[in-house]
Design a protein around this ligand. Structure first.
Ligand code: SF4
Length: 414
């Protein structure tokens, strides 16, 4: 059983710096929206943020707001508001809670950042369907609401090998966004700006990868639950100097932990891999549960989704196209299984957790036999946790706790 009294939470010292740059980011957006001093683009989390930044937009990510709605545990009450206007409880609960939040005029930004009372009004909304169709519908809803243009990229899905034809198609679609963006921004596209942003984004990506890879050490200095918070700048500030500076400092702190054999979980015994979305409203109790079981969730598909190896400032559009189509979520099951196999080896993982998120089939990989195939081929034990990213009505804390405790006991006995 878990002894809660012996669950020390290891704070990451760099987090103070992260809170400051995240706060600056939101206040800058809010100021620009209020004073109309800069144009604002809404962008999907793995959309063409680099192009938007290079064209002078401040970039806001509704999925980041969705995660905040989940983490602050207000999402479950807001989802029915979107259901009432025709958006099903079965579709993405980021979408439904975000639309509900807008309609109810409630945002966790107000509590976190006094003086901000709403999300920043978009001048343009830009999507990439590489992750799912939900993001397009989500952006389209807000586009109608704010009477702002909604434009985007349609990406292939279930991609095995990424071919030149895939890359060409996405690069051309990305370039085709430029005239509409120039019209909104009132500014011409400038290749040198694009290369500068791409170079910063690449640096951010390289550092974020190194941060995550510190957890291949035993004990792991960073857990999945830490990474879901630490990934904020990689999502919303990639392409900026602030994100690069932050990850340099975080990486130095984690390398120091590795050197001192200081684990994120005191007395780490079991190492797990997390596949699928986080359960945002339960990060802390889950983290404490695993810590109490001397178990560290050392790596995840989710947090690795902001590693863009292909970025190359010399070929901004082609490399961005490749990076955004090479993503795990876009790929075939064969590719995904190979990817997870590599992660198991690299991070010395004892078992797999698959989160079956009710409203996100796109980021759920346990419904077509993948855990069973991996177990058969690699002898790796797994557990499937039914739940959701934001809708806590789909998640049973007691059942999950019992299942996880039994799973860890099983792993301890192997
Ligand atoms: S991938 Fe899942 S969680 Fe993310 S926007 Fe799409 S449906 Fe929502």
């Amino acid at each position: 059983m878990v002894d809660k009294t012996s669950v020390p939470r290891k704070e990451i010292k760099s987090s103070g710096q992260m809170k400051k740059i995240m706060s600056d980011y939101f206040y800058e957006l809010d100021g620009a929206a209020k004073n109309k001093s800069r144009k604002i683009a809404w962008c999907t989390s793995v959309g063409p943020a680099e192009l938007l930044r290079a064209m002078g937009f401040l970039v806001y990510f509704p999925e980041n707001h969705g995660a905040m709605l989940g983490a602050s545990r207000v999402a479950t009450d807001l989802i029915p508001v979107a259901n009432a206007i025709g958006y099903s409880p079965d579709i993405c609960s980021y979408l439904t809670s975000d639309v509900g939040s807008y309609l109810k005029k409630q945002t966790p930004l107000s509590r976190a950042y006094p003086g901000i009372d709403s999300v920043p009004r978009p001048d343009v909304l830009v999507y990439n369907t590489n992750q799912c169709r939900d993001v397009k519908d989500w952006m389209a809803w807000f586009g109608r609401e704010f009477k702002a243009p909604c434009i985007g990229i349609e990406t292939h899905r279930g991609v095995g090998e990424v071919t030149a034809a895939h890359v060409k198609s996405i690069a051309e679609q990305t370039k085709a966004l430029i005239p509409a963006l120039e019209k909104v921004s009132g500014r011409k596209y400038d290749e040198s700006e694009m290369k500068t942003v791409m170079a910063l984004s690449k640096e951010c990506s390289v550092l974020w990868r190194k941060v995550l890879e510190t957890s291949s050490a035993v004990p792991a200095p960073l857990s999945f639950f830490d990474s879901t918070i630490q990934m904020g700048p990689a999502v919303v500030l990639r392409g900026t100097r602030q994100a690069v500076d932050y990850y340099k400092s975080l990486l130095a702190e984690l390398e120091e932990r590795v050197k001192n054999k200081e684990g994120a979980v005191e007395g780490e015994k079991i190492r797990l891999y997390w596949d699928g979305m986080p359960v945002w409203g339960k990060l802390r109790p889950m983290s404490e549960l695993f810590t109490g079981l001397k178990t560290c969730v050392v790596a995840s598909t989710y947090c690795s989704s902001w590693v863009f190896d292909a970025f190359d400032p010399a070929e901004p559009f082609e490399s961005m196209a490749r990076a955004y189509i090479e993503l795990f979520i876009v790929r075939s099951d064969e590719y995904k299984e190979k990817y997870i196999e590599n992660m198991i080896r690299k991070y010395k993982v004892h078992g797999l957790i698959f989160h079956d998120a009710k409203t996100c089939p796109n980021n759920t990989n346990s419904r077509y036999g993948m855990p069973q195939r991996l177990q058969e081929r690699l002898g790796i034990p797994y557990i499937i946790i039914p739940g959701d990213l934001n809708d806590l009505r789909c998640y049973s804390e007691e059942q999950t706790k019992t299942a996880i405790e039994a799973f860890i006991e099983q792993l301890n006995n192997i």
